[in-house]
Design a binder for this molecule. Structure first.
Ligand SMILES: [Zn+2]
Length: 252
């Protein structure tokens, strides 16, 4: 529970960025913490140190909440994620209620304005190239893309050799999920269809997309199957204008 949040908190360097993150977390979950009705009339607007400021619709709501301050603070504090590796959680110690617009934020020093950077763990590294990884990553983005490309090339080679192969058999040769397999197959099929319907296509070129599309070995493909498939490929790939169709029919 809240594991990601606690790691993010740990990764944030300055207390300013931690505060900012905790504030963001409280504001994002405000209706869960305070309840829907209260959340409709109030919202957290600022957290400075351990003091949370909540803006309300009107003075009556401010008053309502002021009376419930202790309970509300308890609810908020339970909700704040614990920083990984820390014994004590961050706690809100006071809430101020405010109606109307707020005075501007106090000036923040340059030192505190560092970007939100999760801390890198020097032992958590990419198994392929060794760069440090973010929490939760298994491989760096670059290596992951290379890996996917390599898998696609392997699938492509297998399909060129055995176009009838099914995913369940392909995975015996290369570890790939069905979506990647189907995607490689679809792009190869598109190319193969264009090869099959060109003027001087060989019989191998005509057979290839049919084997690929229907997972059939050459001996399973009858003249009939082949003929029908080629007619369908031509129809779907070559646009014949109605005018030319008419001409064609007249010539017959
Ligand atoms: Zn890598």
């Amino acid at each position: 529970m809240k594991e990601l949040e606690s790691w993010i908190l740990k990764g944030l360097k300055t207390s300013f960025s931690k505060e900012k993150y905790i504030f963001y977390y409280i504001a994002a979950n405000w209706s869960t913490i305070a309840g829907e009705v209260t959340a409709k009339h109030s919202k957290p607007v600022r957290l400075i140190g351990d003091v949370l400021t909540i803006n309300t619709d009107n003075a009556a709501w401010s008053n309502n909440l002021l009376m419930l301050k202790k309970q509300l603070m308890g609810k908020i504090n339970i909700f704040i994620p614990m920083e990984a590796g820390r014994k004590h959680a961050y706690k809100i110690k006071d809430i101020r209620f405010h109606t109307g617009s707020l005075p501007p934020d106090p000036v923040i020093s340059q030192e505190d304005e560092k970007p939100f950077m999760p801390k890198l763990d020097s032992h958590h590294r990419c198994p392929k190239c060794g760069v440090m990884l973010l929490p939760g990553e298994k491989m760096c983005g670059k290596c992951e893309r290379e890996e996917i490309q390599l898998t696609r090339e392997k699938i492509h080679k297998i399909l060129c050799k055995e176009p009838w192969i099914k995913h369940s058999d392909c995975i015996k040769q290369v570890n790939c999920d069905k979506m990647v397999f189907n995607d490689v197959k679809a792009s190869l099929l598109e190319y193969a269809i264009w090869q099959a319907i060109k003027k001087d296509s060989s019989s191998a070129e005509k057979l290839f997309p049919v084997m690929l599309e229907r997972s059939l070995t050459p001996d399973q493909i009858t003249e009939e199957i082949l003929k029908k498939a080629l007619v369908r490929y031509k129809r779907s790939r070559i646009y014949v204008s109605p005018f030319r169709k008419q001409l064609h029919n007249k010539q017959k």
